[in-house]
Structure formats: structure tokens, C-alpha cells
Design a protein around this ligand. Structure first.
Ligand code: HEC
Length: 204
């Protein structure tokens, strides 16, 4: 009998030990959070483990959500690329820069850095679309799908595929050819613009 009693107390010891370790871990996290130990300043890089954690989480999060997206077959269509160029110049270049463009104050201060998209990207078109539509939390990368239709954002992706090949002159020529931002936004589905209550008063 004493044999099974010692088995029970051993199991109890393990369970209590695990619960104790868990409590200690939660307490340690609480101390780090509440003491203000971690520096959230954008001019000090993350520690290596935190950087790894966030980067891996972002890559996996985007990859998993982009797998089932249907990519249009006409991303090399010239009209798409022109429309995307106009949108890029208005909505993206301030952070991601463009051929022939100097770094902006905003691009210099962002952390994480906004990658210079003219240098190309490891992302697939579906992943680029997902990021552009939904944005990335706590990075400055906005969710453009709140105000823009999927079709328009595929135009942006079409342009991103072309961007690494463009000289400053070719880039400028495409932007000049594109409709202005106001013209583009007139074509947006009504509910996208109406859902936007922060726009107070100016006409679209
Ligand atoms: C206010 C600044 C800002 C603007 C404007 C902005 N972005 Fe971003 N974007 C970022 C930042 C910062 C990141 C990096 C996020 C990260 O590393 O987690 C990013 C990431 C991305 C990525 C992912 C790149 C990669 O390789 O992981 C893509 C694609 C992208 N942006 C496209 C766009 C497009 C297209 C637009 C315009 C429609 C745009 N962004 C506008 C700041 C911006």
C-alpha cells in the first residue's frame, strides 16, 4: 500500500511544481511589464529575442492568412500598374520612398523601418496584398483596405511587382499618367467612404 501512496504524492509534487513554475513566470512577466523596464521608444532597437519574436510572428501571421487569396491573373496589365503608381506616390512613398527620392523625415524616424520597396521584397503578391489591405499592428503600416477596394489594392500590388525595375524617370512618367487621388477616390464603393466618420465635411 505504501507503494501507491508514494506514487500519488510524487504526482502531486510534480503538479504543484509545475503550477509554481507557471506562477513564477507570470509574476516575472508582470514585474517586467509594470516596472516599465522594457523601452518602447522608436529610437532604440528591440532586444534580439523580442525582435525575433515579433518578426517571426509577423511572417507567420501574414503567410498563413495569404495562402488562400485568389491572385488576379493580370497583375502585369499596364492600366493596373499606372493606377498603382499614382496610389503609391500619394499613399506609400512618404514612408517607403521611391526611385530617385531622398529619405524623408518620416522614413528616418519609423521603427521598425519601412522597407524601401524599390529594392524588391521577399513577399509573394498574395502576401503583399494582405499586408497592404490589413496593415501591420504597431508599426505605422496602415490598413488601406479600410478606405480602398480590393481592386484598387491589387493595382498597387501590380505596381509593386514592377517597381524594382523602374528608373526615377520611368517612375515619374507613370505617376504623371495616373489619375489623381481625388479622381480615384470618387470611384470607391459608397460604403467604404461612408464608413469613414473621421472625414468631417469635405466632399468626395
Ligand atoms: C506611415 C508609414 C507607412 C505608410 C504610409 C505605408 N507603409 Fe508600408 N510599411 C510601413 C512599415 C513601418 C512597415 C514595416 C512593418 C514591419 O516591419 O513589421 C511596412 C511594411 C510594408 C510591407 C511589407 C514589406 C515586407 O517585406 O515585409 C509592404 C508590402 C508595404 N508596407 C506596402 C505599403 C504600400 C503599398 C503602401 C501604400 C499603399 C504603404 N506600405 C504605406 C510603413 C508605412
Amino acid at each position: 500500500m505504501s507503494h501507491s501512496v508514494s506514487k500519488v504524492s510524487k504526482a502531486r509534487f510534480i503538479v504543484l511544481g509545475a503550477a509554481g513554475a507557471l506562477l513564477a513566470a507570470i509574476a516575472a512577466i508582470a514585474v517586467v511589464v509594470y516596472s516599465g523596464l522594457y523601452n518602447v521608444a522608436a529610437d532604440i532597437p528591440h532586444t534580439k529575442p523580442v525582435f525575433w519574436l515579433i518578426e517571426t510572428m509577423r511572417e507567420r501571421s501574414v503567410a498563413v492568412r495569404a495562402t488562400d487569396l485568389a491572385v488576379p491573373g493580370d497583375l502585369d496589365n499596364a492600366d493596373r500598374i499606372v493606377s498603382g503608381a499614382g496610389q503609391y506616390a500619394d499613399m506609400c512613398a512618404g514612408c517607403h520612398l521611391a526611385p530617385g527620392m531622398k529619405r524623408t523625415e518620416m522614413s528616418r524616424g519609423l521603427y521598425p523601418r519601412a522597407p524601401e520597396l524599390r529594392r524588391g521584397s521577399d513577399l509573394s503578391p498574395a502576401e503583399e496584398f494582405w499586408v497592404v489591405k490589413h496593415g501591420i499592428k504597431a508599426t505605422g503600416m496602415p490598413a488601406w483596405g479600410v478606405t480602398h477596394s480590393d481592386e484598387m489594392l491589387w493595382d498597387v500590388v501590380a505596381f509593386l511587382r514592377k517597381l524594382p525595375e523602374l528608373s526615377p524617370e520611368q517612375y515619374q512618367a507613370l505617376v504623371k499618367e495616373a489619375p489623381t487621388h481625388d479622381e480615384i477616390m470618387q470611384d470607391q464603393p459608397k460604403q467604404k467612404m461612408e464608413a469613414d466618420d473621421g472625414h468631417g465635411g469635405h466632399a468626395h
